[in-house]
Design a protein around this ligand. Sequence first.
Ligand code: ADP
Length: 242
Amino acid sequence: MNSPVNCIVELRGVTKTYAGDVHALRGVDLTIDRGDLLAIVGPSGSGKSTMLHMIGTLDRPTSGTVRVAGHDVATLSDRELSGLRSRTLGFVFQQFHLSPGVSALDNVADGLLYTGTGRRARRERAAAALERVGLGHRLRHRPSQLSGGEQQRVAVARAVAGDPPLVLADEPTGNLDSRAGADVLAVLADLHEAGTTVAIITHDAEIAGWCSRQVRLRDGLVVDGHEHDHLSPVELLRGAGR
Ligand code: ADP
């Protein structure tokens, strides 16, 4: 049994039915412990993104319980839910979702608007986050002046600038070539080494293999949630010559 303190996400009997009688999740049980590096795998349409939306409290389940950082999401108002999200969660998507008209620094700093931090402190934290993903020399660049891999690293910096304990990434390397994808993964691996819990949806068996745990979905159900022992992700990335 996992201790509640160690557990950051718990899904119990979670179902999600979309309009048109689409049963995207059909009773999912999942526990994510603090410190996990988790791959969520499965064929297209198996419910991976829907499950990530449930974990990220971006949508509510049709039935079942979602607990995040000890809170039963169903008991929270929309306002409380956005507070929980901004304190606890960082999101990285396949499309980088950066604002085209503003610098990398402002893209990251604007992500902290809802934390109540002053402008100067927001920009300092944003600069530190960009430094952390290796973009300390690109603060003034706009997204169009950055490569795809750099844009995704800006998106990672935005996700982690508020120091959330959990980062959720939906196919974060899906739009990148393998070199740029490896750079983004190395950043996620560093974050994990530093103590952040990371969950990654991926089609890529190699990426899934780097994770300490894989959860496999099929037709809206978890069919496998095994853990395997291995070197740390950073060691594996280095070992692969990346
Ligand atoms: P995956 O991420 O594994 O590709 P999804 O979670 O995106 O799977 O989708 C699971 C199922 O739910 C699919 O059949 C998909 O077409 C359907 N679905 C996803 N989002 C919606 C939505 N907003 N409205 C209706 N059906 C949806």
